[in-house]
Write a protein that binds this ligand. Structure first.
Ligand SMILES: [Zn+2]
Ligand SMILES: [Zn+2]
Length: 348
């Protein structure tokens, strides 16, 4: 079987990187071979480099590109199409995905998702083989580096929708990283009356981006802890936590009566255990909800949101680098994690 030339970035913990040839097979049934245009770096990639990669492995999962070839049975895409990729998508066939009465009709809970994760090609490379379900078409006129934000913006969208943010809501977002910034923009877009972004004062670039994306109010929690902050006549109805789990206790303490707290995050260890005031939780009729956009179900909508909200791409992307620079760039940025926005690899 013929192969296509490819180069991929390999990572091994802690902070070792290599770039070498990684020829890729012709796409099989239902697969697309994508020539990667851009791949954005995610907090997960820093964790992978720091401690998760026991052996050399490929990585990167926020991808856009151009279809190079399609496998048998692919009808939605053809060579030359510009696509953005979700890192996984519901299989559409299992008892969870199938509509009622055949299944649960909950594709977002699918446990047998289609994904390129764990395969021989990932996003920091020249080529990627992916199940076609992961791909969505990139609108005309959208740059492919912006299209690479489709996957992470889907994560923000899942968080905002998990909290059912809507018109009139007062929304507090704790954690101004790329996910929190995307959530701030989407909360505004969904009609929130007030969007408040809380973070540390050292996250200056992120807080400024939050303001540009529609946050009405910034709270520097190292200057005024949220517990001491005077929200005036109305406390936040919806609190979106993209910070370490300890922030959950604080969120429950300050939310409005009937408030909803939505959370995304992985604590990697002992920090995962939190305690909070269950009486306050009960008497204030609160909800605590987990967001985890895997499998991805938002890409078709998020790519339209990226097209409709050009300020997102402009505000979120702070660094661009080439394939060969991936290792040095991630290493240089590791200590800046709290201040950087999105760094995006762009293939020349
Ligand atoms: Zn990610
Ligand atoms: Zn399924």
């Amino acid at each position: 079987m013929s192969t296509h030339e490819n180069r991929s970035v390999y990572v091994k913990s802690p902070w070792q990187f290599e770039v070498h040839d990684n020829p890729v097979a012709e796409p099989g049934p239902g697969q697309l071979l994508v020539r990667i245009a851009a791949c954005a770096a995610c907090g997960t990639d820093f964790h992978v480099a720091d401690r998760m990669a026991q052996d050399w492995q490929v990585f990167g999962h926020e991808v856009s590109g151009v279809v190079e070839a399609v496998g048998e049975g692919v009808t939605r895409f053809a060579a030359g199409d510009r696509v953005a990729l979700d890192s996984s998508a519901p299989c559409g066939q299992c008892a969870i995905c199938l509509p009622r009465p055949y299944g649960r009709g909950r594709p977002e809970l699918c446990r047998t998702a289609a994904t390129y994760y764990g395969s021989a090609t990932m996003g920091f490379g020249k080529m990627l083989l992916t199940p076609q379900q992961c791909a969505v078409a990139v609108p005309q006129g959208m740059k492919l580096d912006v299209a690479a934000l489709t996957e992470p913006l889907g994560v923000s969208k899942d968080l905002v929708e998990t909290a059912q943010v809507g018109p009139g809501d007062h929304v507090l977002i704790i954690g101004p990283g790329p996910l929190g910034l995307g959530a701030a923009a989407l909360a505004r877009h969904y009609g929130a009356e007030r969007v408040i972004l809380a973070g540390r004062s050292r996250s200056e670039a992120r807080m400024a981006a939050g303001e540009a994306l529609g946050a009405d109010l910034l709270i520097c929690v190292d200057e005024t802890p949220l517990a001491a902050y005077d929200f005036g006549r109305r406390r936040p109805d919806k609190i979106l936590v993209t910070a370490p789990p300890q922030a959950l206790a604080e969120a429950i303490a300050i939310a409005a009566f009937g408030g909803v707290v939505a959370y995304i995050g992985i604590a990697w260890g002992p920090g995962a255990k939190v305690t909070f005031d269950a009486d306050a939780f009960h008497f204030n009729k609160m909800s605590l909800r987990a967001s985890h956009a895997s499998p991805g179900t938002h890409a078709a909508e998020t790519i339209r949101l990226l097209a409709d909200m050009p300020q997102l791409g402009a505000q979120l992307i702070s660094h661009r680098f080439g394939l060969e620079e991936t290792g040095p760039m991630l290493t240089a940025l590791r200590d800046e994690k709290r201040t950087l926005k999105k760094a995006v690899m762009v293939n020349q």
